[in-house]
Structures are given as C-alpha cells and as structure tokens.
Design a protein around this ligand. Structure first.
Ligand SMILES: [Ca+2]
Ligand SMILES: [Ca+2]
Length: 266
C-alpha cells in the first residue's frame, strides 16, 4: 500500500488540510469583516423591519416618507427621509433628560440643495434648543437666533456618509460640534435649555430631496460608548469570529483530537 494512504497518514493529511482551512477562515474573516455595513448605535435599526417606520421613534410624513431601508453606500439598515414635496418630514423621540452629554450619528445627503435639520431640545418645543443643519447651499449651519456658519465654516458633499458628534453642556450654555472627527468649534444654543430631553431630525420645507441617517449613539446609554459607531461590527456568534471560522475551529479541534488519540494507540 502506498504510505500516504495508510490510516495514520490519512488522519495527518486531513488534519493538515483542516489547518490550512482554518488559516483560510481566519484570513477570510479578517478581510470579510469590513463591508458588512453594520455600524452600532443606541439606534442602528438592525432589527427594524424594512420599509417600516423606525422602532421607538415618532415620524411625521407630511411631506414625504421616512422608512427603514436596506442600505445606502457603506451602511446597512438605515433611515431614509424621502421628502417629495415642499413640506417636511420629521423623526423624533423623547430622550433621557440630560444636562451635559454627547449625541453622535451618521448622516448622508443625496443632494446639496435640500436642508436637513438636527435639533436637540429642552421641553420638546421650539424655545430652548440646539440646532445644526445641512443647508441648501452645501454648507453646515447652526442657529442660535440667527442662522450662522459653524465657527470653522464647513461644507458637505452629496453621496457621502458624514459623522456628526455633538457635545452639549447646558450648564455652560454651549456645545461643541465635531464633523468627521474634527472639531468645528463651540456654538451657542437658541434660548436657554436647562436639560435636553427631546431629539429630532427633520427635512426642511421649501425643497425636495433625500437624506439618510444611521447609528445614533447617546452617551447616557449604558450599552453604548462614544465612538462605538465609528467601527463596523459584523454579526457573529462569538464577537470577532464569523460562523464559518467557528465551524473551522470545531472541525480542527475534533480532527486534532482524533489524531492525538490515534497517535497514542499507534
Ligand atoms: Ca444601521
Ligand atoms: Ca414610514
């Protein structure tokens, strides 16, 4: 009999190929991880139904539709604001009353000539709040009674995911805005919010257009750390390992076990 086909050698060959397969699995896992499009958040809409309103949020679809959609660009399970009239769409929710904290999220525009507004307010009304917007001239603006450029004027491009982080402090009456990780300076509130308890996104009236948001993170969420939504996390049974890799590990362990057991008998 040819030696390689002896029982002992067959076990060795199987073990060897399992090891090769295991290495392939790890490599493919490492390279496959980016691109799953799942950016974590207090709200990343991962388990929300497609073409439905987002869970835990109230929507006002007066001027168009707001729905969970599968993907846009590199993000999966996101919210689409499709503003089809010269009215508006709103997505909002009450939040834990917070004197100072951070809200961060991703936003995207399909155009640069349609306003999209972000408002964090005290009392949920239109008296005391912070307001940042993508305006209809491709610039970021904020409002403190007057519409202003950011302290470091910043523009935006269409079809690009933009990360926005807002560090607010009602005691000091100021908030700092970061865009794609870069501070754009300190801004003042409109009115005098004591604590923020309401958050909303809205497409602005007078024009039509499409905007997207994803991975909204709150600093007061015990399951969310600021910065979590910057890194894609791909679903797996064990964090960092795909199901395929887990199968590989199990297969290899079993094979090695069989090999060692037989080696003792030999
Ligand atoms: Ca998502
Ligand atoms: Ca809807």
């Amino acid at each position: 009999m040819i030696p390689i086909f002896q029982k002992k050698n067959i076990t060795k060959v199987i073990t060897f190929f399992c090891f090769l397969f295991l290495i392939f699995c790890f490599v493919s896992d490492v390279y496959a991880a980016p691109g799953c499009g799942n950016y974590p958040g207090t709200y990343s809409f991962t388990n929300d139904d497609l073409e439905s309103d987002p869970d835990d949020w109230t929507v006002d679809e007066t001027g168009g539709t707001i729905n969970v959609i599968a993907s846009e660009g590199s993000h999966n399970k996101i919210i689409e604001f499709n503003d089809t009239t010269t009215l508006y769409t709103i997505m909002e929710q009450p939040i834990t009353a917070t004197i100072s904290g951070t809200i961060e999220f991703w936003v995207r525009a399909k155009q640069t000539n349609h306003g999209f507004s972000i408002r964090l307010s005290d009392g949920g009304g239109s008296i005391n709040y912070l307001n940042v917007a993508l305006d209809h001239h491709s610039d970021f603006k904020y409002f403190d009674g007057i519409v202003k450029d950011l302290p470091i004027p910043t523009s935006y491009s269409a079809d690009s995911w933009i990360h926005i982080r807002l560090d607010f402090n009602c005691t000091e009456g100021v908030y700092e805005i970061f865009i794609n990780g870069v501070s754009k300076g300190n801004c003042s509130f409109y009115g005098t919010p004591i604590e923020m308890d309401h958050f909303r996104f809205s497409s602005q009236s007078l024009s039509t257009g499409v905007n997207y948001i994803d991975a909204i993170g709150y600093s007061w969420d015990p399951n969310y750390d600021i910065g979590d939504n910057l890194i894609e996390v791909c679903p797996s049974t064990i964090p960092g390992y795909s199901s395929l890799t887990i199968i590989c590990i199990i297969l290899s362990v079993v094979t090695i076990g069989v090999y060692l057991r037989k080696k003792v008998k030999f």
